[in-house]
Design a protein around this ligand. Structure first.
Ligand SMILES: Cc1ncc(COP(=O)(O)O)c(C=O)c1O
Length: 365
């Protein structure tokens, strides 16, 4: 591509680093000549998808020559039932990332700006800057979003506020009252995106009550994902719930067949299997307890997390430890790109995976 052409990129794209996902298992096998790999790098469900979903998958091979239902009606109806809203309040996306991106496309251009917390989910910055805009980052308090301080960052051109709740990679959360307080203190012409990709794991009485928020505030969209507790990350499905007006606007700009038929069908079956979610959450909280105990015994500083991952601090250079983990067949995640150069993030795995992680960590410290 010519230099001249690249000068025409939207402002901000040149300064972006592409999103760095967790290293794929196949790559680590090849690079290190290993056969057994434990991946604890992308906050996936270590139990995988529900058995009901896997048996439904077997019957899904005879319609792949047909376009999917462009409106995801069956899945949307199920989501509406679960969320207690009518289906005009729901949009289904190619991962919840697509919903985040649609929000940005609908409300941001180079004259506008967005706000999020520092150390917050990387995609907010990617999508904002790709539209020629920029993201203002509010400093955290003890690694948590300081929502009380957000309104001070709002100016006349602010059009979106992104809140990851719980946040990735810190695992911190904001309670219902803090979110209400923010919504009461920003103008209703700003869209507040409450990204609840990990909400299933949160066991806190004061966590956000999304229905109450949606009933009270029209400038709010809640996003949720099938990639985490549902164990369907490879299918790329997520959804948003908001006022009819917001959903109608997002539907105007989404691609006609954004969610493939296999993803629609399996996400539907996954919503029908509540036991799989409870079991996944149970295994996660046992694993979280185990890792917290072990970190404490090893004198390792970590950030209290309500999600399915935990970020911890190391005395050795994080990149060295990360590489050493790879050599031992365990993939975790360095998070220097989140402005957290001394931290690594590990996803909670099965009991066996968690023990293997801790045994390796002990050797590497
Ligand atoms: C906070 C947060 N929001 C959204 C997403 C995107 O999830 P999805 O796979 O649904 O696009 C992630 C993925 O890691 C995340 O951590």
């Amino acid at each position: 591509m010519s230099e001249k052409l690249l000068k025409n990129l939207n402002n901000g794209i040149n300064d972006l680093n592409p999103y760095k996902p967790g290293k794929p298992i196949s790559e680590v096998m090849k690079e290190y000549g290993l056969t057994d790999i434990i991946k604890l790098a992308s906050n996936e469900n270590p139990l995988g998808a529900s058995k009901k979903v896997l048996s439904a998958l077997k019957g899904l091979d005879n319609e792949i020559h047909l376009y999917p239902d462009g409106s995801s009606v069956k899945l949307k109806t199920k989501i509406s039932e679960i969320e207690g809203v009518s289906s005009e309040h729901v949009i289904v996306g190619n991962g919840s990332n697509e919903i985040l991106e649609l929000c940005a496309k609908a409300f941001i251009n180079s004259d506008k700006n967005a706000i999020a917390s520092r150390h917050s989910f990387a995609v907010y910055k990617l999508i904002t800057q790709s539209l020629g805009s920029y993201l203002k980052e509010v400093p955290t308090i003890d690694w948590s979003h300081d929502l009380q301080n957000f309104p001070k960052y709002v100016d006349k051109d602010t059009s979106i506020i992104f809140i990851a709740n719980p946040n990735n990679p810190t695992g911190t959360y904001n309670n219902h009252d803090q979110v209400v307080n923010l919504l009461n203190n920003v103008s209703e012409d700003i869209l507040v995106v409450l990204d609840c990709a990990y909400y299933e794991y949160v066991d806190k009485e004061d966590y956000v009550r999304t229905n109450e928020l949606l009933n009270e505030f029209n400038n709010l969209i809640i996003t949720k994902s099938f990639s985490k507790a549902h164990g369907l990350a490879s299918l790329r499905v997520g959804y948003g719930v908001a006022s009819k007006g917001i959903i109608a606007a997002l539907n105007k700009i989404r691609q006609p067949f954004n969610v493939n038929s296999i993803a629609q069908e399996l996400a539907y079956f996954s919503l029908c299997d509540k036991e799989h979610i409870s079991e996944s959450v149970r295994v996660n909280s046992l694993g979280m307890e185990f890792l917290e105990d072990e970190f404490s015994k090893l004198n390792i500083e970590y950030i209290d997390s309500v999600g399915n991952f935990i970020s911890f601090k190391t005395k050795r250079a994080t990149h060295e430890i990360y590489e050493d983990f790879l050599k031992n067949g365990i993939i975790i995640r360095p998070i220097e790109s989140y402005d957290m150069p001394n931290f690594l993030r590990v996803t909670i795995g099965t009991a066996t995976e968690n023990s293997a992680f801790i045994e390796t960590l002990e050797q590497l410290l």
